[in-house]
Design a protein around this ligand. Structure first.
Ligand code: PMP
Length: 401
């Protein structure tokens, strides 16, 4: 209850019922600390960063760079030079495709992704393959919703230049064995990008221990604001890559004859960044650190276990994604009822879930379904809310069957 009080949005009724928010894999709610950081910045410190010498510019720059250091520690990175601010996971992946991809992946080279990917970790690689004549290969998904690691091993060869997979599946909650994926890729000389959109709020990340080459995440999925994300990249790779966008801040010197580029990380941060949201991201990271990721994960795991047990007792309900290692995401279908109808009728009862393909259309096709209903839990959710979901579903079934 103390944690719930930190999230003002939870204190409201929807359609006459206390809100139950179970769409956390899409975006998490924000604690007052994050909301206050945004207000404080605009009320007291608003200025453009890095070039100003007046007090407001100094304050804004100091707080912006303090987030970079907080993110460095959050990811276990060696240096803040390796922390690039983006607008989110999608931009981080596109940055790598457009710079590393354009320079180091050519005709006939191979890129491996997986059948569990979000569209944002599929389409940028398809675009690159189309442009370069490279080849996209896909690790298949088992009936449990796990990656088929035997096939993965057989896909690896010196032709593979990049492996890009998510740490956690947003649609099913599967936690992928990324350390093994990374080590096996490195053994054939391939680099690895991990889409951390769904892992960064649940699992402690140590990019150095993982030896991962690129790791991307979004602020809004870790209790921070929308519009800000992070791309971690190994320094030697970032140095070898061309810039992403051209403009102010990313340059050292500009002349019409020749322009030289700024040092890391600024080489990849053209233009005025999303200063307020970057600053507020630190408040989100601090919030997670104070509670502790292990404590958050333990609470969410308990909710997942309870919800799974209760859902399985509902007749005609089938859980999609039964991997041994999962985060707090439960996706299911109910015989004869369209997920969208479930979503609408749960919303009528104040319960917010996600329905549809979850931006993973190939995965839905793999399971031969149009979509699922997905409940995803966060630190502020409770067992009583899971009970509300179960009662809500029983009511939906009674109405529609
Ligand atoms: N990858 C995964 C696994 C995701 O869940 C999401 C968001 N649903 C993304 C990438 C894209 O994140 P964003 O929209 O914040 O860029």
């Amino acid at each position: 209850q103390k944690i719930r009080a930190d999230f003002p949005v939870l204190d409201q009724t929807i359609n006459g019922k206390q809100l139950v928010y179970f769409d956390n894999a899409a975006t998490t709610q924000k604690p007052s600390a994050v909301i206050n950081a945004l207000v404080h910045y605009y009320q007291t410190d608003n200025a453009n960063i890095h070039r100003g010498i007046h007090t407001l510019a100094e304050r804004a720059t100091r707080d912006f760079e303090a987030t970079r250091e907080a993110v460095r520690a959050f990811l276990g990175a060696a240096s803040t030079e390796e922390i690039i601010f983006t607008s989110g996971t999608t931009q981080g992946i596109n940055l790598v495709a457009s710079t590393f991809g354009r320079k180091f992946i050519g005709e006939g080279d191979e890129i491996i992704i997986s059948g569990l990917e979000h569209h944002s970790n599929i389409v940028p690689w398809q675009m690159l393959c189309e442009e370069k004549g490279s080849i996209l290969k896909v690790i298949p998904v088992t009936d449990e919703g796990e990656l088929d690691m035997e096939v993965y091993a057989s896909l690896l060869s010196p032709n593979v230049k990049l492996v890009a997979v998510n740490h956690v599946s947003n649609a099913l909650g599967t936690i992928n064995p990324i350390k093994q994926i990374i080590d096996q890729a490195h053994a054939v000389g391939a680099k690895v990008l991990i889409d951390g959109a769904q892992s960064s709020s649940h699992i402690t990340i140590d990019v150095q221990a993982l030896d991962v080459d690129f790791y991307a995440f979004s602020g809004h999925k870790i209790y921070g604001p929308t519009g800000v994300g992070v791309l971690y990249g190994k320094k030697e790779l970032l140095n070898a890559m061309p810039p992403y966008m051209g403009g102010g801040e990313m340059i050292k010197e500009v002349s019409f004859e020749k322009t030289t580029y700024n040092e890391l990380p600024y080489k990849f941060e053209a233009g005025t960044p999303n200063i307020a949201d970057v600053i507020a991201l630190k408040a989100a990271i601090d919030y997670i650190n104070v509670i502790g990721k292990e404590n958050i994960a333990a609470h969410e795991d308990a909710l997942l276990a309870y919800a799974t047990e209760r859902l399985l007792k509902i007749e005609g309900l089938r859980i999609i994604g039964t991997a041994k290692e999962k985060v707090s995401v439960v996706s299911f279908v109910i015989d004869g009822i369209h997920p969208q109808d479930i979503g609408v009728l749960l919303d009528n009862q104040g319960i917010a879930v996600r329905t549809g393909h979850h931006c993973t259309q190939p995965l839905m096709k793999r399971f031969n379904i149009v979509g699922t209903t997905r409940a995803s839990f966060a630190v502020y959710n409770t067992i009583e809310e899971v009970d509300r979901l179960i009662t809500g579903l029983e009511r939906v079934i009674k109405m529609l069957k």
